[in-house]
Design a protein around this ligand. Structure first.
Ligand code: SAH
Length: 213
């Protein structure tokens, strides 16, 4: 697990690219500068690790584009010790960024291979994360309620179960739409009966699928 001056230099460049693209949250930018993204993918892809691009990982999934990771992280406005549920662990890169922001993370992945590999990787890198193999549509009712929830796969709608597992005044950030395009939504839970949803532009994610694979 080598992280050398070249990788670090590439991350500094990536951060300035993300600033130009409109990311302003300094804590998020600092986390992007710190986390070695190249370690979250196959070593054959390492040369592309610091381009602002989504890249393939195991089980036909993708590691999200750095801009998307930064954008979702910024929308979540993480405070230290926020209890965060992440749906779609994938490579674990977004998980690591949230960890750097001080969140206590509960993350769910439905692909067994990714769940296994990523759990080992995050532990090896020193990240303390609660990883679960399961269906994110159901959330983690016994571990909630959460201050924040992030979905990192494109969902057809905001799952009701997840809204139930959100604290009052909690935030849920999720790309909602069809398989070709989704709109980034931020749902604020006002109280048990009221939510407010705002839109933040279009993105393309791999689909959020039901059940475990
Ligand atoms: N944040 C991850 C994104 C990976 S892509 C990263 O940057 O690496 C989205 C992930 O969501 C995939 O790994 C996919 O298997 C997972 N996923 C899709 N539907 C899911 C569900 N219902 N529950 C849990 N994970 C799901």
């Amino acid at each position: 697990m080598i992280d050398n001056y070249k990788h670090k230099g590439q991350r500094v460049k990536l951060v300035s690219e993300l600033r130009q693209k409109g990311i302003t949250d300094e804590a998020v930018l600092k986390a992007i500068e710190k986390v070695p993204r190249h370690l979250f993918m196959d070593s054959s892809l390492e040369i592309h690790a610091y381009l602002d691009k989504a890249l393939p990982i195991a089980s036909g999934q993708t590691i999200s584009q750095p801009y998307t990771v930064a954008f979702q992280s910024q929308l979540l406005s993480i405070k230290k010790n926020d209890k965060v549920l992440e749906v779609g662990t994938g490579s674990g890169y977004q998980t690591a960024i949230l960890n750097e922001l001080g969140a206590k993370i509960f993350t769910i992945e439905r692909q067994k291979e990714l769940f296994n590999n990523t759990q080992v990787l995050l532990r090896k890198m020193g990240y303390i994360v609660n990883s679960f193999y399961g269906d994110g549509y159901l959330g983690l009712p016994t571990y909630g309620p959460f201050d924040k929830i992030i979905i990192t796969a494109g969902a057809p709608y905001i799952p009701e179960q997840l809204i139930l597992q959100l604290k009052n005044s909690g935030l849920l950030v999720a790309p909602i739409g069809n398989t070709n395009s989704q709109t980034m939504k931020v749902l604020t839970k006002i109280d048990e009966n009221n939510t407010v949803v705002k839109d933040y532009g279009n993105f393309v994610f791999v689909p959020m699928l039901k059940g475990k694979s």
